[in-house]
Design a protein around this ligand. Structure first.
Ligand code: NAD
Ligand code: LMR
Length: 328
């Protein structure tokens, strides 16, 4: 039996986690032979909600679930963890942009960045999901000076999956045949779901679609606005099961590697590629090998794509400027 992996999860009594915890404990993220210890965090007021969640986890009799810790102390939650999934944060309501949450949610990531810095393993893999995810990841990273930037990531995988699904439906192809999707930038309305490198088999997706109006007038806005469309359809609740699924995909690929001849989109600290200043947490196409991510370099971008990349970058710079007081 392998030794257990310690996983911290914040916002663990919230709706994303009601799906996430059970899938992780079932082995969907780390494999059916990998025991896990769940170190669950939530705010003090939410602690009573852990009673039912823990009872349900136990009632599943998951063979891989070695231990469950529940706490309102971030340092206890992050103690010696291999993985940290930061979900805890307020979701937006109808008519809000995700960046409107910065004031409410930004300070959470100051405290959690500091606690990770003190308590987590030095090679911890951190995924920020709570919105606005890119800037919250940046705040946590800046408050964890003893961890490396490549410990950190933010979630663009839900956008990536949404884009794969739309293209597969449009072309009546199985999702597994659609490769080399990219979602650049911020997890916000300025994100750029880019089909110019996407392939189905040996053929370019844009040649198969043959319909630039579908791309500009349907595909781009559908992906960019999908979060709000779900909030409206779910009467005020944001995506939960699909977000949990994207978390599992993101962590799985980071740890076990991406497939040959394909890549995924992750929000990661820029190394200066594609005109994005070093350190900014930006959605890039990445490949993962041996537990490390690397930006896919050298892709040709036309002037329209370059403009779209810059627009999302400028938004992230504005978000960063708005949280200067939270940066270490
Ligand atoms: P939820 O309201 O159901 O749960 C939020 C959890 O965060 C609750 O358990 C709450 O107690 C906790 N929380 C609140 N304030 C906190 C604080 N100060 N410190 C620590 N924890 C705190 O929300 P949810 O639907 O689970 O969504 C959680 C977050 O994930 C939201 O910000 C949402 O917008 C975001 N989200 C991101 C993506 C993405 O793709 N990046 C996708 C879906 C949702
Ligand atoms: C999503 O993309 O579904 C989440 O980020 C929730 C939201 O506010 O859109």
């Amino acid at each position: 039996m392998k030794p257990p992996i310690r996983i911290a999860i914040t916002g663990a009594t919230g709706q994303i986690c009601y799906s996430l915890l059970f899938r992780i404990a079932a082995g969907d993220m780390l494999g059916k032979d990998q025991p896990v210890i769940l170190q669950l965090h939530d705010i003090s007021e939410a602690l009573p909600l852990f009673d039912g969640i823990v009872m349900e986890l136990l009632d599943c009799a998951f063979p891989l679930l070695t231990d469950i810790i529940t706490t309102d102390n971030p340092k206890t939650a992050f103690n010696n963890v291999d993985l940290a999934i930061l979900v805890g944060a307020r979701p937006r309501s109808e008519n809000m942009e995700r960046k409107d949450l910065l004031k409410a949610n930004g300070p959470i990531f100051v405290e959690q960045g500091r606690a990770l810095d003190e308590a987590a393993k030095r090679n911890v893999k951190i995924l920020v999901v709570g919105n606005p995810a890119n800037t919250n990841a940046y705040i946590a990273m800046k408050n964890a000076p003893n961890l490396k930037p490549d410990n950190f990531s933010a979630m663009l995988r839900l956008d990536h999956n949404r884009a794969l699904s739309q293209v597969a439906q449009k072309l009546s192809q199985p999702i597994s045949r659609v490769k080399k999707m990219i979602v650049w930038g911020n997890h916000s309305g300025t994100q750029y779901p880019d089909l110019s490198h996407a392939m189905v088999g040996d053929e370019k997706v844009i040649s198969l679609i043959k319909d630039s109006a579908w791309i500009e007038d349907y595909f781009l806005p559908t992906i960019q606005r999908r979060g709000m469309t779900i909030i409206e359809a779910r009467h005020g609740k944001s995506s939960a099961a699909s977000a949990a699924n994207a978390i599992i995909n993101h962590m799985h690929d980071w740890i076990f590697g991406t497939k040959d001849n394909d890549w995924v989109s992750m929000g990661i600290p820029s190394d200066g590629s594609y005109g994005i200043a070093e350190g900014v947490i930006y959605g890039f196409p990445v490949t993962c090998h041996t537990g490390k991510y690397a930006i896919v370099e050298g892709l040709e971008l036309d002037s329209t794509s370059k403009e779209k990349l810059q627009k999302s970058y400028q938004e992230l710079i504005e978000e960063r400027d708005a949280v200067q007081h939270l940066l270490n």
